[in-house]
Design a binder for this molecule. Structure first.
Ligand code: FAD
Length: 379
């Protein structure tokens, strides 16, 4: 366990962001306790794991943040693999975005970062791609990581090895504040039903789609996504194919993750729906007709933590002592590397000028109309 004098930082939420931040804090010698209600509901286990700032067509500061995180990912993954002894399934396999026409391709926001493909180029990059697609962009710099089966477990193991304390099954019920308004601790409920208070002067709110339940003025809401997987023959698909509404992400062992619906209207409604699953089946048939022959494996769903501009909330909250790392919506896997670095540096008081610039762009008060009274949730 690393030697440290400072009291533990509490990480509220043990999903992808919580684990990634805990890991970076622990690497800097900070004592950390992770309070996690239910690891299995984390979007970190749901995501397709694309590392796709260009294929997603991001723009402005979100594209720049995504590119900065993408550049950090190889070193970040190497740290996690070294600290855990587990592999994370990082695959710099490139992503192909297909279009019906060349005009649609040329209008894509990130077209300048991709290699233009005509129909012959598309067929070369994605054998058996459906006849509807006549043009494409190849983003060789984008890739994927096996978040569901590998990264999450490796992060957890890496954290445990560095002395991070986990309270799994512990729900944070509310934030406690001093008379001056600063963070004083949290109220929580353990798996056995026991409710108690835990003192803490510093915490990171990383509760994903549920973050506004603890801090209601945060403009974070769930966008449900359904996913399925197919077992393709090894090597049948090498690149990720990112079509409109449906994508296919081939893991090294031939498993192909097919995602994902985007259902803001579903709220926190759990479960698969016939229409959601049909959308994925129709979408994959249009992208890759041969996929109709690949045996289905699993189906699952989860909730993306979205904000009004679909960018994350990083940095200080209205409550002194409480930090934010939430709202990563569709790109939390991509953005985990830079988010964890920024939060760990901010907590250690060692933020660089560049880091401070990122936190400025993704501060929560860019959503001005949402009330800023610093009122904490009670349950
Ligand atoms: C279908 C789908 C596909 C996606 N695909 C991609 C992709 O290809 N690439 C990409 O980059 N991103 C993708 N994402 C997005 C990515 O998964 C998320 O942005 C990321 O997981 C968010 O991480 P998080 O830690 O904020 O939230 P989560 O991983 O959801 O973790 C939040 C955790 O907080 C816990 N929690 C909540 N409330 C409390 C409480 N009161 N007390 C204690 N614990 C609490 C929950 O139990 C949960 O474990 C996808 C998401 C979905 C749903």
């Amino acid at each position: 366990m690393p030697a440290t004098a400072s009291p533990p930082v509490l990480i509220l939420g043990g999903g992808l962001m919580g684990l990634a931040i805990a890991h970076q804090c622990a690497r800097r010698g900070q004592a950390v306790t992770v309070l996690s209600r239910r690891r299995s509901e984390a979007a970190g286990f749901v995501a397709a794991g694309m590392l796709a700032p260009h294929a997603e067509g991001l723009s402005g500061e979100q594209l720049a943040l995504g590119q900065a995180s993408l550049a950090r990912i190889p070193a970040w993954v190497a740290q996690i693999e070294a600290d855990s002894g587990l592999t994370c399934g990082l695959r710099p396999c490139g992503i192909v975005v297909p279009f019906a026409t060349a005009a649609e391709r040329d209008a894509y926001p990130t077209a300048a970062w991709g290699e233009q493909l005509d129909r012959a180029g598309l067929e070369r990059e994605v054998a058996g791609i459906g006849p509807r697609w006549q043009a494409g962009l190849l983003f060789a710099q984008d890739g994927q990581i096996d978040n569901r089966r590998r990264l999450m477990r490796a992060l957890e193991r890496a954290c445990a090895g560095l002395g991070v304390t986990f309270e799994e099954g512990t729900e944070v019920l509310g934030l406690k504040r001093s008379a001056a308004g600063a963070l004083e601790g949290v109220r929580l409920r353990r798996t056995d039903g026991e409710e108690l208070s835990l003192a803490a002067g510093r915490a990171v709110l990383a509760c994903g789609a549920w973050s506004a339940q603890l801090l209601p003025q945060l403009p974070v809401f769930p966008v449900k996504g359904q996913v399925l997987s197919l077992q393709a023959p090894m090597g049948a698909l090498e690149r990720v194919v990112f079509g409109p509404g449906t994508y296919a992400v081939p893991r090294e062992d031939g498993l192909v993750v097919v995602g994902a619906t985007s259902e803001p209207e579903a709220g926190f409604g759990e479960g698969l729906t016939p229409s959601g699953q049909r959308q994925l089946e129709t979408g994959i048939a249009a992208l890759l007709p041969a996929a109709a022959l690949w045996p289905p494996m699993e189906r699952w769903w989860g909730f993306r933590p979205c904000t009004p501009d679909q960018g994350p909330l990083l940095g200080e909250s209205p409550i002194p002592g409480l930090w934010l790392a939430t709202g990563h919506h569709r790109n939390g896997v991509l953005l985990a590397a830079i988010s964890a670095e920024l939060l760990a540096e901010a907590l250690a008081g060692s933020l660089t000028l560049e880091g401070a610039g990122w936190l400025h762009h993704f501060r929560r008060d860019r959503f001005a109309s949402n009330g800023d009274q610093g009122q904490a949730g009670t349950g």
